[in-house]
Design a protein around this ligand. Structure first.
Ligand code: ZN
Length: 151
């Protein structure tokens, strides 16, 4: 895919998810949640997860902010349902790496699915945090729920 194609796909996906967010609203049942705020843009994302036997069975988000933050959270909820917590942590790391122009392993990139398109945001450095905060919230929610491995 050419860079121009990537850009127009990115814009189409952002506009679609910002206008029609998937899984927006608080889950009636959840056992993991985290809120992350991006002061540079004013975005706030609260992520809700239902984790059963180490698998994400439901995910949703609430919050407000720019179209990029909302679209990225919407794509995240679609990407993580059905994944294990270990896969989610790998996805969060891969997303954060790609969005900041670093390498990520192919297996984790494949897990990201459509949400990987949001890492195109690295072309717009001021917006990297907007796309990444929902993934930070995912990371934090899982670690809080499971306890830190070193605890
Ligand atoms: Zn933003």
């Amino acid at each position: 895919m050419s860079l121009a194609d990537m850009r127009s796909l990115y814009q189409a996906v952002v506009l679609d998810h910002a206008a029609h967010p998937r899984h927006k609203g608080e889950l009636s049942d959840y056992n993991a949640a985290s809120t992350v705020h991006n002061p540079s843009c004013g975005d706030t994302i609260k992520l809700f997860l239902q984790i059963d036997q180490d698998k994400i069975t439901a995910a949703s988000f609430t919050g407000s902010g720019c179209t990029i933050s909302q679209a990225s959270a919407s794509l995240l909820t679609e990407a993580v349902i059905g994944k294990t917590t270990a896969q989610c942590l790998a996805m969060a790391k891969a997303f954060s790496n790609l969005a900041t122009g670093q390498e990520a392993d192919q297996k984790s990139i494949a897990l990201l699915g459509d949400s990987a398109i949001m890492t195109t945001v690295m072309q717009f450095p001021a917006r990297i945090k907007c796309a990444t905060i929902s993934w930070w919230a995912l990371d934090e929610a899982i670690i809080k729920m499971k306890g830190h491995p070193n605890d």
